[in-house]
Ligand binder design. Structure first.
Ligand code: SF4
Length: 442
């Protein structure tokens, strides 16, 4: 059985180091959150000595009110000091796989507040028990990779694929997808995967002899195929959804229907803007400097091949914790994560740099800007509004919601539609859990 209890990250709030994160400008905040943002912006500085007493005014009464029924969650990529703040208030920080299981494994937690991007909160909601409520501190916090794989983009193409290949098509949905795409995976007998178990899930799917449709990250798809020794020429990436949307037919793809028929795995064309900036030249630069280079598998194939190691966020954090005094690392992943890793490494004499921080690079330290929209005023406001029973419905996360991250508006399914989606999406998540547990046990 995989241990999905959340360990402390070991991160500590240091006095004197500013908490600088805000979702500026003020117009970006929902009306209900503006008073908290105004107070936060008016603080004389961002040092923990100043911010914490202000935050305590809102969070401590909420913690007291909800007691053991409240669970705060945050992803490792949360910017500023939010991960440290969440841990300070007895919350938990981890990667998307471990976060996804927290409602399921903690039935005593009735109110779950997540500081992360929407698909993570929605996955918690899909796996939650009926009496649990999942809330996101900022509904405009979306994952750009997922935003290029909304159901209105993917489903018209998936319908064409299903028409052509029928039951021979199996969809694998990376965790970075909406519940609607996880349900598509479930309907086709497929599974969800994360960056830590994608190779096991794809291996399991291949054993069924089906044509695979991997959504949404083309880079993770290529990297997993490479790890499994698959022939890269048997992969076919669909057009960039940013430029092509869903305005094409299968006959229009590179190589046409013949290429599609020959493909073992079809990749949706989305990508993560944070991870695609990493290049083999960056790897060579830091290796020449005597460093071990580790990258996340959402990076391009050539970069992953050039690196010394590649793996999920938890893999990268474990590598930081396992490094010995004198070790020197270059890490290619989200900028806030690397900044936190650098501070923790420095305490033990481990020297860590961000992979993109090479001379002349414009991509230095790139963070996940959308995830960082969950800032201290959003955390304070969410908890205070929940305590008062005044939390905006738009912050409640239900399975099947489709979110417009620009306005924060959500298209919510009817109850019967949601119930059907939950069955299908859960089936895909449970297949992932089964495949993962089997490998952990072996
Ligand atoms: S780092 Fe990239 S993949 Fe991860 S949540 Fe942010 S935009 Fe999405």
């Amino acid at each position: 059985m995989t241990d999905t209890t959340i360990r402390s990250t070991g991160l500590t709030l240091e006095t004197g180091i500013p908490i600088c994160q805000t979702d500026l400008p003020l117009d970006w905040y929902q009306e209900e959150f503006k008073p908290y943002a105004e107070e936060y912006l008016a603080l004389p500085d961002r040092h923990p000595e100043t911010v914490l007493p202000w935050l305590d005014r809102y969070t401590l009464p909420a913690l007291d009110h909800f007691g053991d029924e409240l669970l705060l969650l945050a992803h490792f990529y949360m910017g500023g000091e939010i991960v440290k703040l969440v841990e300070r208030y007895q919350g938990a920080v981890s990667d998307s796989y471990v976060l996804a299981l927290q409602a399921l494994e903690n039935p005593g937690k009735r109110i779950i507040v997540e500081s992360a991007v929407h698909f993570m909160a929605e996955t918690v909601a899909i796996l939650s028990h009926p009496h649990q409520e999942v809330w996101i501190t900022n509904p405009k916090a979306g994952c750009t990779m997922e935003m290029l794989a909304k159901d209105h983009l993917v489903e018209p193409i998936a319908d064409q694929l299903l028409e052509r290949y029928g039951d021979d098509l199996l969809c694998i949905a990376y965790m970075n997808t909406s519940g609607r795409l996880k349900a598509l995976a479930g309907r086709t007998g497929g599974a969800v995967c994360t960056s830590s178990n994608a190779h096991h899930v794809v291996e399991w799917a291949r054993a069924q002899g089906k044509k695979l449709f991997f959504v949404p990250d083309q880079h993770l798809g290529r990297n997993v195929a490479d790890r499994l020794g698959m022939d890269q020429s048997k992969l076919l990436a669909l057009p960039n959804p940013q430029t092509h949307g869903a305005n094409y037919t299968l006959a229009d793809v590179d190589g046409g229907l013949e290429a599609l028929d020959a493909a073992e795995m079809i990749l949706w064309g989305s990508y993560c803007g944070v991870h695609t900036v990493f290049t083999p030249e960056m790897v060579e630069h830091w290796r020449a400097d005597g460093r071990r280079v580790l990258v996340h598998p959402e990076s391009p194939l050539e970069t992953v091949r050039a690196a010394d190691g590649s793996g999920s966020t938890n893999y990268l954090w474990d590598a930081v914790l396992a490094a010995r005094p004198g070790d020197r690392l270059a890490i290619g992943t989200e900028g806030h994560f690397v900044r936190n890793a650098r501070v923790e490494g420095a305490k033990r004499g481990v020297d860590i740099v961000h992979l993109a921080e090479i001379p002349g690079s414009l991509a230095a330290g790139c963070g996940c800007a959308t995830m960082s929209r969950n800032d201290p005023p959003h955390l304070a406001g969410m908890l205070d509004l929940l305590r008062q029973g005044k939390a905006p419905a738009i912050n409640r996360v239900l399975a099947g919601d489709s979110v417009d991250e620009v306005s924060g508006a959500r298209d919510r399914l009817r109850d019967d539609e949601r119930a059907e989606l939950v069955v299908q999406a859960r089936a895909a998540l449970e297949r992932m859990i089964e495949v993962t547990e089997r490998h952990q046990g072996s």
